[in-house]
Design a protein around this ligand. Structure first.
Ligand SMILES: [Zn+2]
Length: 81
């Protein structure tokens, strides 16, 4: 029979934990459909004050959250659902 002392048990626990974190990290980094934050479809820039913000609405007229200036969207391409 295999005898396990406390140091071997702790070493096994730490090794298994590190392996699980490593495998999770590998799958997280190589997943294909991660939104990397480089999608500029939702970025709007206020022509009045220059404030850049994210806008997820569908209307063509946008209100600047900083100066409340109304302007028309620059990108006419509608975001996909
Ligand atoms: Zn503005």
């Amino acid at each position: 029979m295999i005898s396990i002392d406390i140091s071997l048990a702790i070493a096994l626990f730490i090794t298994v934990s590190i392996c699980l974190v490593f495998v999770k990290w590998i799958f997280y980094n190589y997943k294909e459909d991660i939104d990397s934050g480089t999608d500029t479809r939702y970025l709007e820039s206020c022509p009045h004050c220059g404030y850049v913000f994210l806008y997820f609405g569908k209307e063509d007229v946008v209100t600047c959250p900083r100066c409340k200036y109304y302007f028309e969207r620059l990108s006419q391409e509608q975001p996909e659902q």
